[in-house]
Design a protein. Structure first.
Length: 224
């Protein structure tokens, strides 16, 4: 039988009673939800990231030793026009998400900041020893990097506001902790990375113990 709460009964509850009810429901949901870090897919993602870092570090060393200092390239116009089209798309998506007040805004701000930093880097580096170097440097310092910093600051502030609301729903008090300390599934009490790793090790040990063949029972004592 499907349960349907009575809106009028819920409306009669005080704010404190509604918060208490909400915290009880959240606690029940947390017990039934999957624990972060307990899936083989999560392990595969971590292995892929570590492997990518190793390969990229080796590739950077190869490029540093083999690439020439100066190089004449084709499709210069296409490269920069294409990059600026992507930057325009990031600005447009950020504006739409901000206007519609969607959580997608956080992702758009991070993407926008990344593109702006890349734009500043390539503008300055590629214009070294040219007459456009000073203009590129001023553009990076006065326009692109400040906008990137503003986008990162806004994304961080939105994340902290979201986490603060989750903490209030869960009945947690105090300031919002740094983002690098908050687990992926929210700021639940007692779920730091160390505990997640221990829980995963305990589960693997339990599975190994369950798969281990049981020892044969000894001979039964003779009857009297």
């Amino acid at each position: 039988m499907e349960y349907s709460p009575d809106p009028e009964a819920l409306a009669d509850l005080s704010r404190a009673e509604r918060r208490q009810l909400l915290r009880a429901l959240v606690a029940l949901e947390q017990k039934s939800s999957p624990e972060p870090g307990g899936s083989w897919k999560w392990d595969a993602v971590l292995v892929f990231i570590v492997g990518s870092c190793v390969v990229l570090a080796a590739w950077i060393a190869v490029l540093a030793l083999t690439l020439p200092s100066f190089y004449r390239t084709g499709t210069w116009r296409g490269a920069w026009v294409g990059f600026d089209v992507g930057l325009l798309a990031a600005f447009a998506a950020t504006g739409w998400a901000a206007w519609r007040r969607r959580q997608l805004l956080i992702v758009c701000l991070v993407v926008l900041a990344t593109l702006l930093i890349c734009d500043a880097w390539f503008d300055v580096v590629l214009d070294v020893e040219t007459s456009a170097f000073l203009a590129s440097l001023l553009s990076a310092l006065l326009v692109e990097l400040p906008l990137a910093g503003l986008a990162i600051y806004t994304a961080r502030r939105l994340l902290r506001l979201t986490m603060g609301q989750i903490m209030r729903y869960e009945g947690l008090r105090g300031p919002v902790p740094p983002l690098w300390q908050i687990p992926l599934l929210g700021p639940t009490v007692g779920t730091p990375v160390a505990r997640l790793m221990k829980a995963r090790a305990d589960r693997r040990a339990a599975v190994a113990a369950a798969c281990r063949p049981s020892e044969p029972a000894g001979p039964e004592p003779p009857g009297r």
